[in-house]
Design a binder for this molecule. Sequence first.
Ligand SMILES: [Zn+2]
Ligand SMILES: [Zn+2]
Length: 380
Amino acid sequence: MSNKRDYYEVLSVPKGASNDEIKRAYRQLARQYHPDVNKEADAESRFKEINEAYEVLSNAEKRAAYDRFGHAGTQGGFGGFGGGFGDFSSIFEDLFAGMGMGASQTRQAQRGPRRGADLRINLTLTFEEAVFGVDKEVEVTRLEQCTRCVGSGAEPGTNPLRCPQCNGAGEVQRRQQSIFGTILTSSTCPRCNGSGEVVTTPCIECNGRKQLQSTRKLTINVPAGVDDGTQIRLAGEGNQGMSGGPPGNLYVVLTVQQHAVFQRRDNDIVMELPINIAQAALGAEIEVPTLDGTAVVTVPPATQNGRVLRLKGRGVPHLRKSDRRGDQLIGVKIVVPTQLTPKQKKLLEELGETLGTPKLGDERGFFDKLAGALGDAFNG
Ligand SMILES: [Zn+2]
Ligand SMILES: [Zn+2]
């Protein structure tokens, strides 16, 4: 540590130098001592020293630590030289920018085998199809390998040439001198995009794109118990990959149509059952629709408006355990007659005299009853 030169001295700048001054000094020295151009014996160590000094002095935090503690301040917590990859690459970019090389040239392109894109289609189901499951045929338009050129992009009968730029390797290597010595970077060949071949006569079907839009009929096996918004994933049924990459997936997003009578609440289905005042008072056996045909529900005597009756196991099958089903919940709605025959009117009048007027505040209040009915519907 003790034989290290002062960083300001290394860059030949005063202690109070501005960032611009430091940068300018660094660029000039880096060009002067770059081992590619400077063949003196100590050029490489000078070059390292210059980079190290610049790495610290160009970073406000490190520079402050260095100003306070000297070289000790740039060790440990601050990670010394090369501790931060970000700093390293910024030096690189600064350096190559100074030497007329764009920073982008130091970055590696990412190509080669490419996975096909995922696709998404919508599928609308009836209420019953969602409840019990269904096999549905859908049409999917996706990118597939061109059959004319078998994905080569070259017109049949012609052969792609070996790429002259990479000699068929698909990647090109570049040698760069750096403070750590020679760095070999390999990147995808820009001429052939990594395929190693150059098409001279493109396939007339796909114009050399290697893939074509193709519309396929697929059968979607919709399981019982799906709901609005459920997604079904068909692995590998998306766009085909390129250059040997795997295909994408197909996602089928389900929309479930409303039912005239039923509504769905998770695995239960809910319906409203209108009854007349006599049925409410005396009780009745009433035929109701269910998902599996009709069933008879027993309305007990003295049934109040909003009471919830339950048909066990007549709801929606559970998605992964289709032997288990939810219930059918039947909310009773007492319908007060609006048109009465003279005879009905007379009967009701007689009935009314015997019943009298119900007391105020009897039983539960209206709002409690409302809340209770809703609670029953959800719990039970
Ligand atoms: Zn083709
Ligand atoms: Zn190439």
